[in-house]
Ligand binder design. Structure first.
Ligand SMILES: NC(=O)c1ccc[n+]([C@@H]2O[C@H](COP(=O)([O-])OP(=O)(O)OC[C@H]3O[C@@H](n4cnc5c(N)ncnc54)[C@H](OP(=O)(O)O)[C@@H]3O)[C@@H](O)[C@H]2O)c1
Length: 156
């Protein structure tokens, strides 16, 4: 199953000036717990890998890039057709990769942060094609309210 996981603000913003403009350790823990499960395979764009700076432990790290320079602890994949060869994969961003992969996604794991950070990169519009499967209660950390939601694709 192809799952996208992302944290978005009120305007579906995911990043500003190449970085995530909020600090929510509880959400990072949620992300880590989720992506270690259900196969534990993560796929990310090269710019997201560079923003993180290292492979994420306890998971198989796939980095999408047209380049070929090896990354210790990660596997470079040169195109998105890898998605069709995996039984379970978490697509963890960024905007470029979400845009290309959302049409194949069966589930979306969203963290909604109730604020506007003036982001310059965005998650694609998912308002059609998905229905809510689960949501958390509203949580609060570092002065921010946020909550989690899982959506599943309406059968095509
Ligand atoms: N809020 C969140 O939950 C969240 C999650 C993830 C990321 N982010 C943020 O998103 C930002 C990065 O997003 P982005 O859109 O700039 O970049 P990105 O999607 O992370 O990476 C784009 C790069 O991936 C490679 N790529 C993309 N599609 C490809 C394809 N079909 N075949 C081969 N390679 C492909 C290319 O790398 P090459 O140029 O090497 O070929 C491309 O330059 C960062 O600021 C990060 O912090 C936020």
């Amino acid at each position: 199953m192809i799952r996208l996981i992302v944290a978005i603000d009120n305007r579906r913003g995911i990043a500003k000036n190449g970085a995530i403009p909020w600090d929510l350790p509880d959400d990072r823990r949620f992300f880590s717990e989720q992506t270690r499960g259900k196969g534990g395979v993560i796929l990310m764009g090269k710019r997201t890998y560079d923003a993180i700076g290292h492979p994420l432990p306890g998971r198989r790290n796939l980095v999408l890039s047209k380049g070929h320079i090896p990354i210790p602890g990660a596997q470079i994949v040169n195109n998105l057709s890898i998605l069709n060869t995996l039984s379970d994969v978490w697509v963890i961003g960024g905007a470029d990769v979400y845009n290309q992969a959302i049409s194949q996604a069966e589930e979306l794991y969203l963290t909604h942060i109730e604020a506007d950070f003036g982001c310059d990169q965005f998650f694609p519009d998912y308002s059609e094609g998905f229905i809510q499967k689960w949501h958390s209660e509203i949580k609060e950390q570092n002065g921010l309210k946020f909550w989690n939601e899982v959506l599943e694709r309406i059968s095509r």
